[in-house]
Design a protein around this ligand. Structure first.
Ligand SMILES: CSC[C@H]1O[C@H](OP(=O)(O)O)[C@H](O)[C@@H]1O
Length: 365
């Protein structure tokens, strides 16, 4: 997608034989556009854990490139099986909620395991990681294609008046390789000339909405308004939201969906106000091994400092500002689970899927 009118993906490799991996370092957005080069699996594990990159789809693709780097590290060093196994499990344990990480790592390792020579393993791991990056981008493009009619229909019913869409966190292209999940139908609608306006939840504590979703929408020229997290209910009660679209980090077989903390409250408010609540996600985000989500999907707990300090630009410098007494105890839950009964449907690359076990199971074919 566009950054200052130039097309970018969130992750790529140079055009050399066994290249390093490059990412947009999202910690610096929206103030600075920084590209980080990752040369070892350790650097990739840190980038995922400390959220230089984030978002379920991108975490998965990054994990795949991390496995490639682990094999490359092994080739340059001792080529030990223990080293590779421990490197892969380190990458796997960086972030627990988004299932895409496990999904991608399993695909790469299964495609590499029967190869004998380490240099061939490295080449194959790179090839598979690139494939998964392309698959992620294409899935997100198709989510846009499949979600577009939902927005078109509302626009028709409103006689072409602006369609107001609320979104939470960042489920745009920065959360994937390209296009995004929740934002992809919006980009498709906007490019088609349908009038859309996005209410962007700031999404405390890391403010992915304020920092990333606004930046993406600005670059694509999509009209939007930033709101604090508690505004959504008020807007919905006053007829100012036509639909809600969020992303997802893990969806159980019955449709229970883990997404960024606060999503559940938006779904409740949408339900109470008769507003359709859609979840947009590729099939790599469905955890077919889990029957239900509540109490089963691991919920990431992150450092309390993310809540105690706010990060922002002050006098041209990016600073962290303390917003509570230093000794305050903090609980920083990263995600919550929205029960499937509150979800109108899933927008996937394979089509619009009803939130029930029968329909979701068919996706796994
Ligand atoms: C794949 S949708 C993006 C998803 O990722 C976010 O989490 P995080 O920024 O912590 O990686 C959030 O749940 C978004 O909906």
């Amino acid at each position: 997608m566009l950054v200052a009118n130039k097309d970018y993906r969130t992750i790529w490799v140079n055009d050399t034989h066994l290249p390093d991996v490059q990412i947009i370092d999202q910690r610096h957005l929206p103030h600075r556009f920084v590209v980080e080069t990752l040369s070892t699996y350790k650097q990739m594990a840190t980038a995922i854990k400390e959220m230089h990159l984030r978002g379920a789809g991108l975490i998965g693709v990054a994990g795949a490139f991390g496995v490639y780097l682990a094999y490359r590290d092994a080739m340059y060093r001792n080529n030990s099986v223990e080293f590779i196994q421990s490197a892969i499990s380190e990458i796997l344990n960086t972030r627990p909620t988004a299932v895409n990480l496990k999904w991608a790592i399993e695909i790469v390792t299964s495609r590499v395991e029967n190869i004998e020579a380490i240099d061939e393993k490295v080449t194959k791991a790179l090839e598979v990681a690139k494939e998964l990056a392309n698959l992620d981008a294409e899935s997100c493009r198709m989510i846009g294609v499949n979600g577009l009619p939902i927005i078109e229909e509302i626009s028709r019913k409103k006689n072409g008046e602006t369609v107001n869409i609320l979104t939470h966190c960042n489920a745009g292209w920065l959360a994937f390789t390209d296009y995004g999940s929740a934002l992809s139908p919006i980009y498709h609608a906007h490019r088609k000339g349908i009038k859309v306006h996005v209410w962007v939840d700031e999404t405390r504590p890391r403010n992915q909405g304020a920092a990333l979703t606004t930046w993406e929408l600005l670059n694509e020229g999509v009209p939007h308004t930033l709101i604090v997290d508690n505004v959504g209910g008020h807007l919905m009660q006053n007829g100012m939201v036509d639909l809600v679209i969020t992303g997802a980090d893990r969806i159980a077989s019955n449709g229970d969906t883990a997404n960024k903390i606060g999503t559940y409250l938006k779904a409740l408010a949408a339900h109470d106000n008769g507003i359709p609540f859609y979840v947009a996600a590729p099939t790599s985000t469905f955890d077919f091994a889990l029957e239900t989500g509540l109490g089963k999907i691991p919920i990431e707990m992150r450092t309390g400092d993310e809540v105690k300090y706010i990060n922002g630009l002050l006098n041209d410098k990016v600073v962290d500002v303390l917003i509570c007494p230093t000794q305050t105890q903090v609980a920083n839950y990263g995600f919550d689970v929205t029960p499937s009964r509150l979800i109108k449907a899933f927008i996937t690359e394979k089509g619009i899927i009803a939130p029930n076990t029968d329909e979701i199971t068919k996706l796994n074919c």
